[in-house]
Design a protein around this ligand. Sequence first.
Ligand SMILES: Cc1cc2nc3c(=O)[nH]c(=O)nc-3n(C[C@H](O)[C@H](O)[C@H](O)COP(=O)(O)OP(=O)(O)OC[C@H]3O[C@@H](n4cnc5c(N)ncnc54)[C@H](O)[C@@H]3O)c2cc1C
Length: 280
Amino acid sequence: MGIYLRPATLDIALDALREKSLTIVAGGTDHYPARVGRPLAEDVLDISAIRGLRGIEERADHWRLGATTTWTDVTDAGLPPLFDGLVLAAREVGGVQIQNAGTLCGNVCNASPAADGVPALLALDARVELASAQGVSIVPLEDFILGNRRTRRTPDQLVTALMVPKPAGRATGHFLKLGSRRYLVISIVMAAATIAVDGANRVTHARVAVGACSPVARRLPELESALVGRSGDASLGDVVDASHLAPLAPIDDVRGSREYRLEAALTLVKRLLDQLGEKP
Ligand SMILES: Cc1cc2nc3c(=O)[nH]c(=O)nc-3n(C[C@H](O)[C@H](O)[C@H](O)COP(=O)(O)OP(=O)(O)OC[C@H]3O[C@@H](n4cnc5c(N)ncnc54)[C@H](O)[C@@H]3O)c2cc1C
């Protein structure tokens, strides 16, 4: 058994990360299941008791979601429609116990291709705040996740928050997940979108992302451009065609073939946008 640190302040945590190689644990819902049957030999930095790291705050031009904010915190926060996609994703992560313990930042840092939070956060243009004893840096989520289980975080850094900019106009989000059953399931495909509309209900801003169809969830920039200027109504899904899925590179695995995933992604993205356009 390695050492187990559970500091109460960020400064102590960052000093510890500077001194020693430590495995960060937040809710532990990815960390511990991945180690079943193996001795717990690593030195652990448990960040769950660090004051000020948990919670969602509205600032002048962005929202700040602290590193130990759980999925349940997201569903219970009474967030505006911009966050509807993230709230729906939160309700689909495991069951209630997992949502109570698991954190958004843990989901992002674990960098699984099937992480349900990642497409929803990409559709929100989320940025990742990283802190070390040397200072703070902010990286777009798109640049933070490098590949399957790989991120840009260096060993002395802790992710301290996710930041979501406030788009201009009336913004709404949505999320759909396809699994082999309704609940407690690893995604075959999931899709998330955020659109903002002006006073004439024209789309001024669109973000669409698809997960589980490439090593890292990907945005669909051509589709986003095609959506801008359209009427934000239930026909939004008509804009989608197969060429918009070019950034995706699904694999065959036990949950679905490459062809099935691409077809499912096309259907899911159309449905997602139609439902988003139907929202009041
Ligand atoms: C039964 C079950 C069902 C699940 N269902 C789903 C599901 O439907 N969808 C889904 O997406 N996931 C699911 N998960 C996976 C998991 O619950 C989520 O990914 C969760 O959000 C992870 O958060 P955590 O705080 O528990 O992460 P942890 O296990 O604490 O950490 C995960 C990884 O992130 C790193 N990390 C955590 N926080 C930080 C930080 N602040 N800075 C730097 N590194 C950090 C850790 O070092 C570790 O590598 C499930 C897990 C279980 C056990």
